[in-house]
Design a protein around this ligand. Structure first.
Ligand code: GDP
Length: 472
């Protein structure tokens, strides 16, 4: 996209309430743009001339806080406030920014915002402040997405992974790889300017080998980002099994608190229960397919059908059986419909005498993982959580060209770049002329540029900022 023209468009001054709706200690009304200070000057009157206002020796502070009052367009007092001014470029957007901190009530915050809008600011659209930070080069697109991820993280582990990206730790692989690809392109282009000095084939192969090395690093980075994505998006786990094996009790053990009603009487939980647990920092949606108690063939059939439905929606399955009783046909039917590669057969009630040993169960379990637990006593639950984490992290997602989530887009760009470099490496060993390699190298470079936003399509950029709230 043409960043320079977009910067030129951002010439108006925007404002929004930056704090969440509701009552609180303070509410912040944020104003950004070339006339932010004039707008603030029209609504804000300092309580008294402050020290920092006194003539200084040519030094103008970049940040300044003043106590005073906010007045509406009729000159009516609205609220007491502290005005924090941040001069460009020392602000979040790199524009002049003024923040008015008033009392934290929704009505008073709206009244202060209205005064600011009446004084010439425009109401900001979702993510517009962060968009300006991106357009003005303060953060790149990957970091803007990380901001979004920090805000919407549901577990502390997800927040930490986004913070690492924001601080640039993970972003350096992108800049280092770009630098390395640019060097390869420069070597090829130098030879095109002097065709008589054709690149020797040995050098073409060397270029290919370097490209392959960079590709390996990028594939590794894509997997890293992908793991971060799981922390953000989470995974869903269907808990299936015949009535009374302890599904609801297991759900509660994983939630580590009582949410669903657990009863000694079959038939209490009739509907599917869905809760989100924090399992080793991953938000895990647990779906308990309860109900279907009466031991008739018809009900068992419906029970199996219902389990199938839950399995289709879930990434991981827990097939629960009761270890204190021999497996019934119903148990076997349910285990049989679970996918082998992403199911854990949970043998529950290990606090009671076992009715069968692991060997007896093996023929029904196949390649599924198997674990004995007691949902009642809590034994084996830690190991079950470790197994769920391992399966969630191994979950392969599907990548589209959208900006649906942080990890999806970045991992996709990293993989496309790596694939283009792999193509270059293959072409070099097939004896393809050096100038043809530039096409693949250019594609690799463009894919990396999409991460930072330099070559990102306008609609992709739009979709990222649409996900922010107003005021961010
Ligand atoms: P669901 O029908 O599969 O959801 O089963 P529930 O969670 O409602 O449990 C059925 C019965 O088994 C209840 O009486 C539970 O207290 C009991 N139960 C569940 N887990 C265990 C366990 O690990 N050990 C023992 N001894 N009883 C359990």
């Amino acid at each position: 996209m043409d960043v320079s023209s977009a910067v030129a468009c951002a010439s108006d001054t925007i404002a929004a309430i930056a704090t969440p709706p509701g009552t609180g200690g303070i509410a912040i009304i944020r104003v950004s743009g070339p006339s932010a200070r004039q707008v603030a000057g029209r609504v804000f009157r300092p309580a008294r001339q402050q020290r920092s206002e006194e003539p200084s020796q040519g030094h103008r502070p970049k940040w300044r806080a003043k106590l005073g009052g906010v007045f509406d367009s009729n000159g009516q007092f609205v609220d007491e406030a502290i005005m924090l001014s941040m001069l460009a470029p020392a602000s979040y957007t790199r524009e002049d920014v003024v923040e008015l901190s008033c009392h934290g009530g929704p009505v008073v915050a709206r009244a202060v915002l209205q005064a600011v809008l009446d004084a010439g600011a425009r109401h900001a659209s979702p993510g517009e402040f962060t968009r300006r930070a991106f357009l003005n080069g303060r953060i790149d697109l990957g970091q803007a997405e990380a901001v979004l991820q920090v805000i919407s993280a549901r577990t502390d582990r997800a927040r930490r992974s986004a913070s690492a990206f924001l601080s640039g730790q993970s972003g350096s692989i992108v800049s280092e790889s770009r630098e390395a690809v640019v060097q390869l392109m420069t070597r090829i282009e130098a030879s095109l300017d002097f065709p008589e000095d054709d690149i020797p084939q040995i050098e073409v192969i060397e270029i290919g080998e370097t490209a392959r090395r960079i590709a390996m690093d990028l594939y590794g980075a894509a997997s890293e980002v992908y793991r971060g994505r799981i922390l953000w998006e989470g995974a869903s786990v269907a808990i299936v099994g015949r009535p009374n094996v302890g599904k609801s009790r297991l759900l509660n053990a994983l939630l580590r608190e009582e949410r669903a009603i657990v009863s000694d009487w079959p038939g209490t939980t009739r509907d599917t229960v869905s809760e989100v647990a924090n399992i080793r920092g991953i938000p895990i949606q647990l779906i308990d397919t309860a109900g279907m108690r009466e031991p008739t063939d018809a009900v068992e059939r419906i029970g199996v059908e219902r389990a199938k439905g839950a399995l289709a929606d879930a990434n991981i399955a827990l097939a629960v059986v009761d270890g204190s009783m021999l497996l019934s046909e119903y148990d076997q039917a349910i285990v049989a419909i679970t996918p082998e590669d992403r199911t854990i057969v949970v043998v529950n009630k290990s606090d009671l005498a076992a009715a069968f040993d692991d060997g007896d169960l093996r023929c029904h379990v196949g390649n599924r993982r198997m674990l004995r637990v007691s949902a009642l006593a809590g034994s084996g639950i830690d190991q079950l959580e470790a197994e769920i984490e391992a399966l969630a992290m191994a979950r392969e997602g599907h990548f589209d060209d959208g900006a649906r989530s942080f990890g999806t887009r970045i991992a996709d760009c990293l993989r496309r770049s790596a694939a283009a470099l792999d193509d270059a490496a293959r072409a070099s060993s097939d004896g393809v002329p050096a100038d043809m390699l530039s096409i693949d190298l250019r594609a690799a470079l463009d894919a990396l540029g999409e991460i930072t936003g330099e070559t990102a399509r306008e609609d992709v950029v739009e979709r990222i900022f649409e996900q922010f709230c107003i005021g961010k």
